[in-house]
Design a protein. Structure first.
Length: 81
């Protein structure tokens, strides 16, 4: 979601401590940028998911410029019960 928070913020860190997984990092991506209105090269938007959902792929679509944030898109796999 639109957290407007850095990857090292206390709020995001707390959600990770509670068991939520950052789809972008779990999918094996490195550094990226979601805010596109200044030189700040940091991802301030995150897709966090319950650990039962496995991140398969996540990326920032910097080809869409409809907002001051690029969309962060994630695909998950849910294990069979």
């Amino acid at each position: 979601g639109d957290f407007n928070d850095t990857p090292i913020s206390s709020a995001r860190r707390r959600l990770v401590e509670l068991g939520f997984r950052d789809a972008f990092r779990a999918a094996g991506n490195g550094i990226s940028r979601t805010f596109n209105r200044d030189a700040m090269y940091v991802r301030i938007d995150h897709v966090l998911a319950d650990p039962t959902f496995v991140p398969v792929e996540a990326h920032v679509d910097n080809g869409v410029d409809l907002s001051d944030h690029y969309p962060l898109i994630a695909t998950f796999r849910r294990p069979q019960p």
